[in-house]
Ligand binder design. Structure first.
Ligand code: SDX
Length: 431
């Protein structure tokens, strides 16, 4: 813990209280309120956690004002350009970039965990074909607890390692199977001769009846999308995983909880909602109408893919994603894609509008990702499963970090109670 010799003091009902101030490597100082209730008999109130550090972590740092995102100190732009997803997984999990030997061992280990238990195939057949793939993923990932009993004991460090490998390795297989099931095509088994991203594309787009060769440029773009979504500090789904894990729940149940939280349109579901919004706008001439709606307090409509709790500047991931969108669509010969044109003009008009400038609303990671994924051939229903697949390493890294914290306690927030004061029961005949 980053102790400092400074304190914060406040006075309540004439009584003065002192609270320690903790200093981080980067970012704002932290007022340590762990003893506030016992010393001052008061709670703090912060329902959206806008001013609350819920944990200590060394994995990811975000500076929202400067548009900075670091994974174990390395800027996301450098990792997206120079690294690849499994190397970023190693970095997030173990804290350092691996040597060539360690990277090869890690990649081989993950590759050899990509198949799921054959009996798990039956779970998919219990869903309707038109079930949203996120519903399928929540169910199947939760069900992993029923198949991998040798990696559910969170107190066994080796079982924690195996659960990490299994989840990182099997999420693409489960996501691809959810997709294949939804379109009535046969499941495609993982191939150990393909890298992580190419294997996922093959499991999604190949069919047994003909040869399918993964385009290496699309595989690279897919891998970059995985990297851009890998981890993001204490976002809603990561906080969900941490809270679930604090009760001692097994890793598969915790990750299933994270998937459920990510599904919301205010969070990971925004990539699907954003593309649907761009399609609804349809043409550039309708953009002013939708910007006006986004600014109207009486209209619940918001620009999906815009705004962020932390970034009050450009989301650095959106910058990389926008470049990737240009590359992929040019490669596919659809650079004049109408959806991309609407997105670029919408971004331009919104950023020129005082409302968005004053509220510091910029495109986030979800604004351009859907355009790339649609161009690759994915339906919008697969956008958030791909986000979940990518974020699994972040959830797992944060889960492992929390379990190794000797100060770990079950997460149990209190409340500001505004309900009825105590009163006596009234018999029904007297009501
Ligand atoms: C992700 O936390 C993470 O790190 C998440 C994530 C990750 O990697 O894990 O980055 C992934 O979830 C990205 C965000 C994806 N969601 C969307 O794109 C949905 C659209 N965005 C909004 O719903 C919103 O911006 C949030 C949910 C992202 C952030 O909401 P906050 O921080 O609670 O901010 P807020 O709702 O209080 O908004 C502040 C003001 C409000 O106006 P006032 O009440 O002050 O007058 O800005 C307005 C909002 O109405 N506003 C928007 C807007 N987003 C906020 N107005 C129009 N369009 C928007 N998109």
């Amino acid at each position: 813990m980053a102790e400092s010799n400074r304190t914060a003091s406040f006075t309540l009902d004439g009584k003065s209280h002192e609270l320690p101030v903790l200093s981080p490597t980067e970012g704002p100082d932290v007022v340590d309120i762990r003893k506030l209730y016992s010393n001052a008999d008061v709670f703090t109130y912060d329902p959206g956690f806008t001013s609350t550090a819920a944990c200590e972590s060394a994995i990811t740092f975000i500076d929202g004002d400067e548009g900075v995102l670091l994974h174990r100190g390395y800027p996301i732009g450098q990792l997206a350009e120079k690294s690849h997803y499994l190397e970023v997984c190693y970095l997030l999990l173990y804290g350092e970039l691996p040597s060539a030997d360690k990277l090869e061992t890690f990649e081989t280990t993950v590759t050899r965990h990509t198949m799921i238990h054959e009996q798990m195939h039956n779970f998919f057949r219990g869903f309707r074909r038109d079930a949203h793939p996120m519903a399928t993923m929540v169910g199947v990932v939760g069900a992993m607890s029923a198949f991998y009993h040798d990696s559910t004991d969170i107190n066994d460090s080796w079982q924690r390692e195996v659960a990490s490998f299994r989840l990182i390795a099997k999420m693409p297989t489960i996501a691809a199977m959810a997709y294949k099931y939804s379109i009535g095509q046969p499941f495609i088994y993982p191939r150990n001769d393909l890298d992580y991203a190419a294997n996922f594309l093959n499991m999604c787009f190949s069919v047994p009846s003909e040869r399918y060769d993964v385009d290496p440029i699309l595989a690279r773009a897919m891998d970059r999308i995985f990297t851009l979504h890998a981890d993001h500090e204490q976002n809603a789904s990561t906080s969900t995983v941490r809270l679930a894990s604090s009760s001692g729940a097994n890793p598969f149940a915790c990750i299933a909880a994270g998937i459920a939280c990510l599904w919301g349109p205010a969070h990971g579901g925004a990539n699907q909602a954003c593309l649907e919004m761009l399609r609804q706008i349809g043409t550039v001439d309708r953009i002013p109408e939708f910007i006006a709606r986004a600014k109207d307090k009486d209209d619940p409509f918001r620009l999906m893919g815009f705004g962020h709790r932390v970034y009050k500047n450009f989301d650095p991931r959106a910058t990389v994603m926008k470049q990737s969108a240009d590359e992929v669509l040019e490669l596919l010969g659809i650079e004049d894609n109408p959806t991309l044109q609407v997105a670029k003009e919408l971004e331009k008009q919104a950023l020129a509008d005082p409302y968005f400038a004053e509220k510091k609303l910029f495109p986030n990671v979800d604004f351009y990702s859907g355009i790339i994924l649609e161009a690759m051939g994915f339906p919008t229903s697969m956008f958030t499963p791909i986000f979940a697949l990518s974020r699994t390493v972040g959830w797992i890294s944060q889960w492992k970090e929390q379990l190794s914290d000797p100060a770990l306690k079950i997460g149990r927030p209190r409340q500001l109670y505004t309900g009825a004061a105590q009163r006596d029961y009234v018999d029904v005949e007297n009501r």
